[in-house]
Design a binder for this molecule. Structure first.
Ligand code: SF4
Length: 677
């Protein structure tokens, strides 16, 4: 098992223990004023997990190159202690680490300095909402020099290699694409001149760092932008990089402005491997079979990595899975794959935060990014705790308490663990929420947590509660019942009832509410199914060989139901993260879901629901079923019993505050409560 993953390998002169690379992630720990303590602790924990190579989040080669205010600046001495500490921490754990050298170009987010981002041409960016300044020849040469200095600095700081970021639409990628490089001088105009800047960076970086210092290149396998370079250009660039001495090609895919999702749960795992395979094929055809190719993006299980390696890829990069579970390799190697906490591709605590200033973490592993706040050491005095509720918050509270060596019993009213995750796992693309429930079930069993299923504690259970030294109240939420004339009627349901029996709903459904639950339910009710990589590529007009550069909009599939999503407020999915909201909305639109916003709910009638538009006109939305996903109330009926029992307790998740609660908040509150108790 995992014989290909566990095979030692080499990237240039660097020997690595296996074929797994932890991919670059910006963490917003890089520029903290803590001397690099949190950053080092984060990487040390990942190194203990044993990937062959860790690639850091991008370190900007100059202030204007930074993606935002939380980036480290490799050429600024003030950032060197933290960068050095991170490298040392990885080495202390026996790992190897490459520093990613980064220039955002026109994707630089405003830093408040008033400096315009730099780019090959002044082409407006929908991602950063800026028009960059066109780089002069001096800017270009200075930037090449910045990369070279950065590589030499990385080596001096103790890094084993560097990776030059030239993918995902950042500066070097911008030079390569005719969409963003419309220059007619020596740095643009035809494919060869568009390649000149990244190749010049490679040459300068190699010269500055020395021949024995590996330089990886993160290149774009496909930009997924209309008008972007085609396969021929991509192949030619890969070959030029190999001939220029790149030690490995790490193949990314997609730009932030692309209308093709790449990192969301809607993308079937393994979809993008074909682009890395195409690069490998091009290298082999050009006589460079020894330059390793790294496949990356949307690989969330070690089994997939093993299969890609078996197929001829040299290394596999996994990034977010190391947030979700730094021990994924060690656990799988030990035959305990059931204990691996799978990344859900939800992006809620990682990618969405990386675009701002909030510390990156993980929905299913809230300790990520907070390793120093939550040290793994047994409590001085083991106690016994009751956790009431087996949803995400209760599961995480029980896990964290048990890991601290406390005795834990978990009480769940339903016959099964999972809470709201049991609803989410039914939604197309969200099946991995079921894997999270399986992970917690296995982990709680390993930690010796006693689980009482189908046991609803009530006000008469004071004596039972007195058995414990403390408790966590994680009883979650209940649907908020609507205050609308005419409710309830035979055809009205709560979202919980609709999730429990989606097949019982009629042909015409009106869903009231526009939050995450309403969007999930709408998606489920469309009858959409999670596809395979080939079907996904086809849907977006892409081929498995990356030949298409102008993705066609996905064709609308047959409509299973007439669905209307109705919200009082102005925006559907306002609380959903920016990396995911547009994908879900476009999926719903492609299934013909009508979206109505800014209306007042007037009355439920036997024919449907009467709403009033902003212009004061009443409108009947006809429906066979009207489903309410209009909010939630916290469920904390057990509090009087806890107080009567005199047991100290913490309330977490939806039971603490139902307003805007989501799983990220629920699990992080649970972890923090476990350490407070
Ligand atoms: Fe994966 Fe979601 Fe965790 Fe990000 S927050 S690492 S996408 S599970």
């Amino acid at each position: 098992m995992f014989t290909h993953v566990l095979r030692p390998g080499a990237i240039g002169s660097l020997k690595v223990a296996n074929r797994l690379v932890m991919g670059a992630m910006h963490l917003n720990l890089e520029a903290l004023d803590d001397g690099g303590a949190a950053l080092a602790a984060f990487y040390a924990e990942r190194a203990r997990g044993g990937p062959g190579l860790i690639v850091t989040g991008g370190s900007a080669v100059s202030p204007v190159a930074a993606g935002g205010p939380g980036y480290s600046l490799v050429n600024d001495a003030a950032h060197h202690p933290a960068l050095r500490r991170a490298a040392r921490a990885v080495h202390d754990e026996g790992g190897t680490i490459a520093l990613q050298l980064f220039h955002a170009g026109r994707y630089a987010l405003p830093t408040g300095t008033g400096t315009a981002p730099l780019a090959p041409s002044p082409v407006y960016s929908r991602f950063s909402r800026t028009t960059p300044r066109e780089m002069t020849e001096d800017d270009i040469l200075r930037t090449v020099g910045d990369f070279a200095r950065a590589a030499a600095t990385a080596r001096a700081l103790g890094y084993d290699a560097v990776e030059v970021m030239a993918s995902e639409g950042y500066l070097l990628n911008q030079f390569l694409s005719p969409v963003t490089n419309v220059r007619t001088d020596a740095w643009g105009g035809d494919p060869e001149r568009r390649r000149r800047f990244p190749l010049e960076v490679l040459r300068a970086v190699r010269e500055a760092a020395g021949d024995d210092f590996p330089v990886l290149f993160r290149m774009s396998g496909a930009d997924l932008m209309p008008g972007g370079p085609g396969q021929e250009e991509t192949d030619a660039f890969a070959v030029a990089l190999a001939e220029g001495g790149a030690a490995a090609l790490d193949v990314g895919v997609g730009w932030h402005e692309s209308r093709v999702p790449t990192v969301q749960s809607a993308v079937p795992p393994g979809t993008w491997a074909c682009y890395a395979e195409a690069v490998k094929k091009a290298l082999c055809a050009a006589g460079h079979p020894d330059v390793p190719v790294i496949a990356s993006n949307r690989v969330n299980r070690l089994e997939q990595a093993e299969s890609l390696l078996r197929g001829g890829i040299d290394f596999v990069s996994m990034a977010r899975p190391f947030l979700a579970d730094p021990g994924l390799l060690a656990k799988s190697r030990a035959g305990r794959g059931d204990l691996v906490n799978i990344c859900l591709a939800c992006n809620e605590a990682c990618i969405d935060r990386s675009f701002g200033e909030e510390r990156v973490s993980c929905l299913v592993n809230p300790r990520a990014g907070h390793e120093l706040d939550y040290p793994r050491r047994p409590a001085r005095t083991p106690r016994s705790y009751a956790v009431i509720g087996g949803g995400p918050a209760g599961l995480e509270a029980a896990r964290a308490l048990a890991e601290l060596d406390h005795r834990v019993e978990l009480f769940e009213a339903a016959k099964e663990l999972g809470g709201q995750f049991r609803l989410a796992r039914q939604v197309p693309g969200k099946e991995d929420f079921g894997a999270t429930v399986r992970y917690y079930t296995a982990e709680l069993a390993r930690l010796g947590v006693r689980i009482h299923l189908g046991r609803r504690l009530g006000l008469g259970d004071v004596a039972e509660l007195r058995r414990f030294d403390g408790a966590v109240l994680a009883t979650g939420v209940q649907p908020r019942l609507p205050d609308i004339p005419g409710w309830p009627l035979l055809h009205t349901l709560t979202y919980q009832e609709a999730f429990a029996a989606p097949e019982s709903l009629g042909e015409r459904v009106v869903l009231l509410g526009g939050g995450g639950i309403a969007m999930d339910l709408a998606h489920l009710l469309t009858g959409a199914r999670t596809g395979h990589p080939e079907a996904f590529l086809e849907k977006y007009g892409l081929t498995a060989h990356g030949l298409s550069t102008a993705p066609a909009p996905p064709p609308p599939p047959a409509r299973a139901r007439l669905l209307t999503l109705v919200r009082r407020g102005p925006r559907i999915g306002a609380g959903t993260g920016p990396s995911t909201r547009w994908v879900i909305l476009s999926q719903l639109r492609s299934h013909g879901v009508e979206m109505v916003t800014g209306v007042e709910y007037r009355e439920i009638t036997p024919e449907g629901i009467l709403v009033r538009d902003t212009d004061g006109a009443d409108r009947l939305l006809r429906a066979d079923s009207v489903v309410f996903a209009t909010g939630q109330e916290r469920e904390r009926g057990l509090e009087p019993a806890l107080r009567a029992a005199g047991v100290p307790y913490e309330t977490v998740g939806g039971a603490r505050d139902a307003d805007g609660v989501n799983a990220v908040r629920a699990t992080s509150e649970a972890l923090s409560a476990a350490y407070r108790l």
